[in-house]
Design a protein around this ligand. Structure first.
Ligand SMILES: [Zn+2]
Length: 140
């Protein structure tokens, strides 16, 4: 909020506003200033005040279109890369679930094998008892 340069009273509303364009030091750069013309309600002093400014750059329409084109190209490329990333992420997820499945299968196979061995041992024990009985019978 501008203050009156004479009595320092804050002046809220300008009487008039305008936009002032000045060429900046850099080539093609323009400084746009929003200027308000204020009148002090206390002492009647009238003074200008810059309440907003921004740097603008003058470029040809051809150059702007070129920039817009390369921007949309970059966006498209970004999308392709993002899709690829998503694919490889889901690929990794599939792979790790396949690995988990495989580990489960191996564990299960180990268990079956163990059970198989146990059954073999039981069968052999039975066989042994049968043979011992046979021997005992023959020996009698
Ligand atoms: Zn004043």
């Amino acid at each position: 909020m501008p203050a009156c340069p004479r009595c320092k009273r804050i002046v809220k509303t300008p009487i008039q506003t305008f936009t002032h364009l000045t060429e900046s030091d850099r080539k093609g750069a323009v400084l746009e200033q929003n200027v308000g013309y204020y009148e002090c309600s206390n002492c009647g002093e009238k003074f200008p005040y810059v309440y907003g400014r921004q740097k603008l750059k003058l470029i040809s329409v051809a150059e702007l279109e070129k920039l817009e084109k390369s921007l949309s190209d970059a966006k498209a490329e970004n999308k392709v890369l993002k899709d690829k990333l998503d694919d490889s992420e889901s690929g990794a997820a599939t792979l790790s679930s396949e690995v988990a499945e495989l580990q489960k299968t191996i564990a299960l196979m180990g268990q079956h094998r163990l059970e198989g061995l146990r059954m073999d041992v039981d069968a052999l024990k039975h066989e042994k008892i049968k043979l011992e009985r046979e021997i005992a019978r023959i020996a009698m």
